[in-house]
Design a protein around this ligand. Structure first.
Ligand SMILES: [Zn+2]
Length: 87
């Protein structure tokens, strides 16, 4: 029997990643409704891949806008930015 867990275990995979990605993008674009934002806030509490995706998208966006220097640019993000701008 499993005891009660102190923290909610996060999901390791998202069953609605496509939807989540759309939501993330509209939030970052500033086009999300309050409802969407609220939903997403709750969702990333429990969904690890979406947290990662959010951070990645956010960094890409900020980098593309020239807002960030190098502080949040691990290779993964740099590669994603490259892909984004060479599309
Ligand atoms: Zn998710």
């Amino acid at each position: 029997m499993e005891g009660r867990q102190a923290t909610t275990p996060k999901k390791e995979s998202c069953d609605q990643q496509a939807k989540c990605l759309k939501r993330i993008q509209s939030i970052l674009d500033g086009g999300a409704t309050d409802e969407e934002k609220q939903y997403f806030k709750d969702h990333i509490e429990v969904c690890q891949p979406c947290i990662d995706m959010y951070n990645l998208e956010k960094c890409i966006k900020e980098a593309l806008q020239g807002k960030v220097e190098k502080k949040c640019c691990p290779e993964k993000i740099a590669a994603a930015i490259q892909a984004e701008i060479t599309k």
